[in-house]
Write a protein of this length. Structure first.
Ligand SMILES: Cc1cc2nc3c(=O)[nH]c(=O)nc-3n(C[C@H](O)[C@H](O)[C@H](O)COP(=O)(O)OP(=O)(O)OC[C@H]3O[C@@H](n4cnc5c(N)ncnc54)[C@H](O)[C@@H]3O)c2cc1C
Length: 410
């Protein structure tokens, strides 16, 4: 079948490969090129061990404190407060204990597919060296946070996630580049990270070209279902297809709306600063619990960033936030390069209020499949999502229950 995949981010490209594996004639459509969106500059974690949705009772408890600090882990730009209110209401509802428990189960199911799917994809495409398997750390700067981390670790172990808790001495031995001020850590030995998310996405794109997957640089404005399925593109001929996959990240909402699906997709913007070529000081990714940022030792240099800003797709970035993250990092990491020597970036996480992606058929046509809304974990879940998309298109029974990811769940 001819399949058009809209979006050359990590999700769309992984899907294109899975569909080519099934023998389809695939064309990827992107208005810019590969890795133009969130897949370009993210933190690079393959964080299949993170099984807690952002929408959680714990998050709700922390929000008031976060909002008091305009440069803290969570901010809402005043001009975006009104537009984001319905989404926020859904987030609060999804944070209730019963929904939280259902979301954890769903995330456990998709995350269990994530590493095996990445292993298969990266091995098949000769990209194995781009996956670094050194685990990941969540570090705690107070004893209270450390104790809460131990409770969380017990819960995670019950879901089969390997996690070790480390005291300050063991942590220093593992990562001498971290400050002495830390109370301990949770170590996830099976977590991994990529050499650089942009390079990985570009490698997927290059490999796609080599195996005959087509590319069209075009802006998709709609999917026409009457009179033959096709992608309607701005200023150029429509692209006919037998099946269409929408993987346009944070920009997918209007395309789904055109098909009658009102999906509550918005963006949680994230910021970071990277120091290309700088000695990374740390051997594995580190998350600073309660502070909303992470540090990743990419092959291309140290990257520090994170945070969530609710400000939609159009307001300009506020890199005072990036500077604030950098300042915080200097408290916990030794020898962080000066902010001015780094490269700043802002990306648009495609976020659904219940913290789960949308993977399923469009209401208007079973010939259109959605694969977007992966929020904080799109790199992690991309290869797994790709397999699920291929299953939906082939009519195979997927290995997990897809109802928690259904576009009709809202
Ligand atoms: C600061 C930050 C840190 C992160 N860290 C991690 C992490 O460590 N691990 C992890 O798993 N995830 C992480 N994420 C999340 C991850 O980056 C995203 O979930 C993931 O990249 C989404 O991929 P995507 O392919 O769905 O979307 P994108 O990468 O945004 O790609 C969408 C593509 O669609 C194209 N497009 C959009 N609209 C159209 C249109 N109408 N026509 C044609 N083309 C279109 C765009 O040009 C773009 O190339 C992070 C995100 C941020 C912002």
């Amino acid at each position: 079948m001819r399949i058009a995949v809209i979006g050359a981010g990590v999700v769309g490209l992984a899907a294109a490969h899975a569909l080519a594996d099934d023998g389809h004639d695939v064309t990827v459509i992107d208005r810019e090129g590969p890795a133009a969106g969130a897949s370009r500059g993210n933190a690079g974690w393959l964080a299949h061990t993170d099984i807690d949705p952002i929408a959680s009772p714990n998050m709700l408890r922390q929000v008031p404190g976060f909002l008091l600090d305009p440069l803290g882990p969570l901010a809402i730009r005043a001009r975006y407060l009104l537009p984001i209110l319905p989404w926020l209401t859904r987030l609060i509802l999804a944070s209730r204990p019963a929904q939280f428990a259902r979301s954890v189960e769903a995330l456990v199911s998709i995350n269990a597919l994530a590493m095996p799917a990445w292993d298969t994809l990266s091995t098949r495409l000769g990209m194995g060296a781009m996956i670094h398997r050194r685990g990941a750390l969540f570090v705690f700067d107070t004893v209270a946070r450390y104790e809460a981390g131990r409770v969380k670790a017990t819960r995670q172990r019950a879901f089969g996630i390997p996690v070790d808790t480390l005291g300050p001495h063991e942590l220093r031995q593992m990562e001498p580049g971290l400050s002495n001020a830390l109370a301990g850590a949770a170590y996830y030995p099976s977590a991994a990270h990529v050499s650089d998310p942009r390079l990985v996405t570009e490698a997927l794109f290059a490999a796609a070209g080599l195996r005959g997957i087509g590319f069209a640089r075009a802006t998709a404005s709609a999917i026409a279902t009457e009179g033959g399925l096709r992608v309607v593109c701005e200023g150029r001929d429509h692209i006919p297809a037998d099946r269409v996959v929408i993987a346009a990240g944070a920009w997918s909402r209007p395309l789904a709306l055109g098909l009658g699906d009102r999906i509550p997709l918005d963006t949680e913007r994230g910021y970071n600063v990277s120091f290309p070529g700088a000695d990374t000081q740390i051997a594995r990714p580190v998350a600073f619990d309660g502070h909303g940022f992470v540090a990743t030792p990419l092959a291309t240099g140290l990257r520090i960033g994170g945070a969530v800003e609710l400000a939609g797709l159009h307001l300009p970035p506020n890199h005072a936030r990036t500077r604030a993250l950098h300042t915080k990092a200097t408290r916990f990491l030794r020898d962080v390069p000066a902010f001015e020597t780094g490269t700043v970036w802002m990306g648009f996480r495609p976020c659904i209020p219940d913290s789960m992606p949308v993977i399923g058929h469009a209401a208007a046509s079973r010939h259109v499949v959605y694969a977007f809304g992966h929020g904080h974990y799109g790199l992690t879940q991309s290869a797994a999502t790709a397999g699920l998309v291929a299953d939906l298109i082939a009519g195979r029974t997927p290995p997990i229950d897809l109802s928690p990811f259904s576009p009709t769940r809202f």
